[in-house]
Design a protein around this ligand. Structure first.
Ligand code: GLU
Length: 554
């Protein structure tokens, strides 16, 4: 009977591991699934070795047949919901999409949606992706952002075919401003903003609106020299439009601030809506995929397409993405960095791409989340929990395991038999024996975690021995796992005092947990992702004398 049960679990385990069952895993499975056999743990241990050997000698077909014969149906890994993105409408020519961030800071997870969706669609249709830096407001440009954005995109796995920087193209916008004036579809307005607004709100034209073309062209010339705020170029729309914001919107304005890239070369800058329209047309963008907070902008832009006799691209607006507990605002973040609240753009409390990366979240997890959310118009909420779930699927297989002891307490185990001292071996990864073993010297002088002592009478030091918890000491009790089970001992991790490595873990709330890592952690390199057993996943950030880790999630 016992043989048959072990045989069954060995077959199941073999199926999970490419036909090769792992002895320890089989024992573990028997113990946890067949509680009645726990009393016979020793017998199970003894028999498993030969049964596993027998199973491992069988061909995959034989193993399969045996599973069938025993009526065991393996839980098929749920076929991955490979939903992918729904098709884009209006596919007639080569698809050209763009991601158009403002270089006011690095990207955050909110930007990732626009970036990933545009990239995915460009790939899907073998089209082209343009990265366009929208920097026509000199006051909102962070000179470092051009570089940071490109780094962030590269990390996200986004490749663009062309880089456009709008501040390189000011003469182009000026040319189309003039064209618009020539066509009588725009005008230079010198009204005080407050006066203009009063008229506009009553759907009345301001005195500038109906000036002749020549006068407007003259004013346009003069505008290049005027002080900031004295004149704007307005794009004619419908003064009766139900949304006053759309009525005769501003296409170009004077900004006296030096631009970080072009200095004081220009004074008249296009607004976002003006530059976006000109560029989307000139760059041949076929599909504009953006948030529904841009719907009013789309409407404004449609007037400009019409005035210039251009065919608008297909506009697709997706819903808002609410993000729970994620600090996203670039200006607030910048303020926080300046005040010293945040350590930098990659502070673990932030939702920037660089913060997420530093914490060991994988670009693939972000991509999967965004594809799942897609471009639907309904609002969605994205939680850390969701991101962690996707990320864990990736990390589980990738991360090697190590012991980390927070709040270590040192003990010398009393009464430890000499012959039980030695080196414990533990797999770097339970499902990947080929990655090898960690070697953990065990001479009875150990650290354990303070909180593991709470209410404990008997503890099992995993893979080593069972110890009785005395007032201020640990005392050897027994060796076997079965004994530990019998006494319901908590199984805890531990590390040897000798060779332990000082470490600190930076938590998502930026708190630091000091502790110690097992000796083999000395092999770790920056950017390795590991699992601290019983603690959580973490990314190796620095490896000096002290190892710094960033906590990812449980
Ligand atoms: N620079 C704009 C933004 O980031 C682009 C909007 C768009 O047209 O997609 O909001």
């Amino acid at each position: 009977m016992i043989d048959e049960t072990i045989y069954k679990y060995a077959l199941i385990n073999a199926a999970k591991h490419k036909g090769k069952a792992i002895e320890k895993a089989v024992i573990g499975a028997v113990m946890s699934n067949e509680p009645q056999l726990r009393k016979k743990a020793q017998e199970v241990s003894k028999k498993t070795k030969s049964i596993v050997e027998k199973v491992n000698k069988m061909t995959p077909q034989e193993q399969k047949r045996e599973l069938q014969r025993l009526g065991i149906k393996l839980e098929e890994k749920k076929a991955k919901k490979k939903k992918g993105l729904p098709p884009l409408p209006n596919i007639q020519e080569k698809v050209i999409m763009r991601f158009a961030p403002n270089p006011s800071g690095p990207l955050h997870i909110g930007h990732a949606r626009a970036a990933i969706l545009n990239h995915e669609y460009a790939k899907k249709y073998k089209g082209k992706l343009i990265l366009r830096m929208e920097d026509t407001d000199p006051r909102r440009v962070d000179p470092q952002a051009y570089q940071m954005i490109q780094e962030d995109l590269k990390w996200l796995g986004i490749k663009w075919d062309q880089l456009i920087i709008q501040s390189d193209r000011i003469p182009i916008y000026h040319k189309y401003a003039e064209k618009l004036l020539q066509k009588g579809k725009g005008y230079i307005c010198t009204c005080k903003p407050r006066e203009f607004k009063k008229l506009k709100d009553q759907s009345k034209p301001c005195p500038c609106r109906n000036l002749p073309v020549e006068e407007n062209l003259k004013r346009w010339e003069q505008m290049q020299e005027m002080p900031e705020g004295k004149a704007v170029l307005r794009v004619k729309t419908d003064l009766k439009h139900k949304n006053p914001a759309i009525r005769d919107w501003v296409g170009l304005r004077i900004v006296e601030e030096a631009h970080p890239r072009t200095g004081k070369k220009y004074r008249v800058y296009p607004t976002m809506n003006f530059a976006v329209t000109i560029d989307d047309h000139l760059l041949g963008i076929t599909h504009v995929l953006r948030g529904k907070d841009h719907i009013t902008n789309t409407e404004k832009q449609e007037y400009l397409y019409k005035h210039l006799g251009w065919k608008p691209p297909t506009f697709i607006h997706y819903g808002r993405l609410h993000m729970d507990n994620i600090q996203l605002s670039t200006s607030k973040t910048r303020e926080g960095i300046q005040k010293g609240t945040y350590k930098g753009w990659d502070d673990p409390r932030l939702g920037t791409i660089r913060a997420i990366k530093r914490r060991g979240i994988q670009a693939q997890a972000i991509r999967e989340a965004m594809i799942e959310i897609g471009a639907k118009i309904a609002d969605t909420t994205l939680t850390w929990k969701k991101i962690y779930g996707l990320n864990k699927n990736i990390l589980d297989d990738m991360a090697n395991r190590y012991f980390f002891i927070a709040e270590p307490i040192a003990f010398k185990i009393k009464g430890l038999p000499e012959h039980l001292k030695g080196t414990i071996e533990r797999p770097l990864h339970p499902d990947h024996p080929e990655r090898g073993q960690r070697k953990i010297p065990f001479n009875g002088e150990i650290y354990i975690q303070k909180d593991d002592l709470k209410d404990a009478k008997l503890l099992r030091l995993v893979d080593a021995v069972n110890v009785k918890v005395r007032d201020k000491s640990l005392e050897y009790h027994s060796k076997s796992l079965e004994k530990a089970r019998e006494y319901h001992a908590k199984i805890i991790h531990w590390i040897p005092i000798e060779g332990s490595i000082p470490a600190k873990v930076i938590m998502p709330n930026a708190e630091t947990i000091e502790g110690l890592l097992e000796p083999d952690a000395k092999k770790l390199k920056t950017d390795d992702i590991i699992q601290l057993e019983r603690f959580g996943f973490a990314r190796v950030d620095k490896t000096n004398k002290k190892i710094t880790l960033y906590y990812t999630h449980k």
